[in-house]
Design a protein. Structure first.
Length: 127
């Protein structure tokens, strides 16, 4: 197996994430060590990183299926279900798809670890 690749995911209120993205879009720099991937709640992340889906990631890493159809057979899951699940993981930067010349999509796991960073936002100033 490859070395450990860690994905840092930030969890913060949507208002904080929006403010950070606007700051960066206006030329601000990401803070050192700041996650590049953000979600608004632990619940939303938990819906993607279920036990069943973590087993799926392990299957992709070990078996290296060459198509979603092959992965569907291996995992006993429908292709449409896998596609939806893997695209959610792709948005988070956990997996990516390579397209073969025959048009088949090959899923690849990009990280072996996920680290979470929680941000409760700045405290409001007393009035």
């Amino acid at each position: 197996m490859d070395g450990v690749k860690t994905l840092r995911i930030g969890i913060a209120p949507a208002s904080y994430v929006k403010k950070r993205m606007i700051d960066i879009a206006r030329g601000g720099k990401p803070l050192p060590g700041e996650p590049r991937v953000w979600v608004s709640s632990l619940d939303s992340l938990a819906k993607v990183l279920t036990e069943k889906n973590m087993l799926l990631l392990g299957m992709i890493r070990s078996a290296q299926p060459q198509s979603l159809t092959e992965l569907a057979r291996m995992s006993d899951r429908a292709v449409s279900n896998l596609s939806r699940t893997l695209h959610s993981m792709e948005r988070l930067g956990i997996v990516e798809f390579a397209e073969r010349p025959d048009g088949r999509k090959v899923p690849t796991v990009l990280c072996t670890k996920v680290k979470l960073e929680l941000d409760f936002g700045s405290p409001k100033k007393a009035a």
